[in-house]
Design a protein around this ligand. Structure first.
Ligand code: DAH
Length: 348
């Protein structure tokens, strides 16, 4: 019996050497100490068949063997969990000397879009809807409907790209719209009065390009038509825009100017945001920045929009969106904006 116990102990020690994980350890533990058929358990169970004297000696030896075996199994258990812990650590290892992953670049808005979104929000807050016209426009909506009859000298104010044989209607001339004002009569015909709308968007002119002139640029047209709309409403809106852009202390100066589609027509200047009116390079030492054309909508334009001028009045204004962008970011050459040059665009 004694030798059987010794054999069991060395069997356990041998088996332990090849054990690599907890599951195998549990198996071994069960094989030796398992309640039902464990080898040592069976020996313990057999004690009852021995004589009293034998049982005393063998019982003690068996108990000692049991304690020893339990101890080595416990030690192995601890070793295995330490190993587990270490492999986990290894998995979580962070090599701080490794080169950084390439930086992920996210897209962002073009400066035109930034300023356009800002103004759309402002006008939305004043109850204006935002309309989007088409960039190819009929000569009628771009000029004729806006009180600029054919062969009127006012057409010469805007150098126009004409589109030949436009598929929608090749009989009448089509143009790349020279102004977003072209949406005025379309909107009046579609929605009637009362109406408040803005039309931000691309316009095109056949310009000789330089730092201040580009064939493609952005305008923001706005108009309000309703009963009892006066010049005071126009002034109020222009002042709100000016203060939103350049701060509460900004002043607005309105001077008469001829535009065929408004009467009276004005040109709007605001105090220069940089020098506050004292004169600097941004305002060319005048203290003022010209940023809008505006006026009371001409009755002929209302009539083209099927609006009765004896019942309704309205005002319209055109903001040079591209100009606002250039002023905001100090862009010295307008041609950067449509260049698609990433070196330029990445600055915003
Ligand atoms: N569309 C005009 C332009 O391109 C700007 C303008 C002036 C718009 C007066 C208006 C206005 O609505 O009333 O020069």
């Amino acid at each position: 019996m004694q030798s059987k116990l010794e054999q069991l102990k060395s069997e356990v020690l041998l088996a332990l050497k090849s054990i690599k994980n907890k599951a195998n350890l549990e198996e071994l533990e069960n094989k030796i100490l398992g309640r039902k058929n464990g080898e040592l358990t069976n020996i313990m169970k057999g004690l009852k068949d021995l004589t009293d004297d034998e049982r005393k000696i063998v019982g003690q030896l068996a108990n000692e063997a049991k304690l020893e075996i339990e101890a080595v199994l416990q030690t192995k258990k601890i070793q295995l969990s330490q190993a587990d812990w270490q492999t986990n650590l290894e998995k979580e290892r962070l090599d701080i000397t490794q080169p950084a992953l390439p930086k992920i670049e996210y897209g962002h808005f073009h400066p035109n879009t930034i300023v356009q979104n800002d103004l759309e929000n402002l006008f939305n807050s004043m109850g204006f809807m935002v309309l989007d016209g088409s960039e190819i426009e009929s000569d009628y909506y771009n000029f004729t409907a806006l009180n600029i009859p054919e062969s009127h000298p006012a057409r010469d104010m805007q150098d126009t790209f004409y589109v030949k044989n436009h598929e929608v209607d090749s009989e009448t001339p089509w143009v790349m719209r020279t102004q977003t004002s072209a949406m005025q009569v379309r909107a009046l015909q579609k929605y009637g009065a009362p109406i408040r709308a803005i039309v931000p968007g691309k316009c095109f002119r056949n310009e000789a390009t330089d730092v201040r002139h580009e064939h493609t640029f952005y305008q923001l047209e706005g108009f309000v038509v309703g009963e009892n709309i006066t010049f005071a409403h126009l002034k109020g809106v222009l002042e709100t825009v000016a203060k939103h852009l350049y701060g509460e202390d900004t002043k607005v100066k309105l001077r008469p100017k001829y535009y065929p589609f408004v009467e009276p027509g004005i040109n709007g200047e605001v105090t220069c945001f940089l020098c506050k009116g004292n004169g600097c390079r941004v305002c060319k030492n005048t203290g003022w920045l010209e940023i809008f054309g505006a006026g009371m909508i001409h009755p002929n334009v209302l009539k083209q929009g099927n609006i009765d001028p004896s019942k309704y009045q309205g005002f319209a204004f055109g903001l040079g969106l591209t100009r606002l962008v250039m002023l905001k970011y100090g862009i010295e050459d307008i041609r950067h904006l449509e260049s698609g040059d990433l070196k330029f665009l990445k600055q915003f």
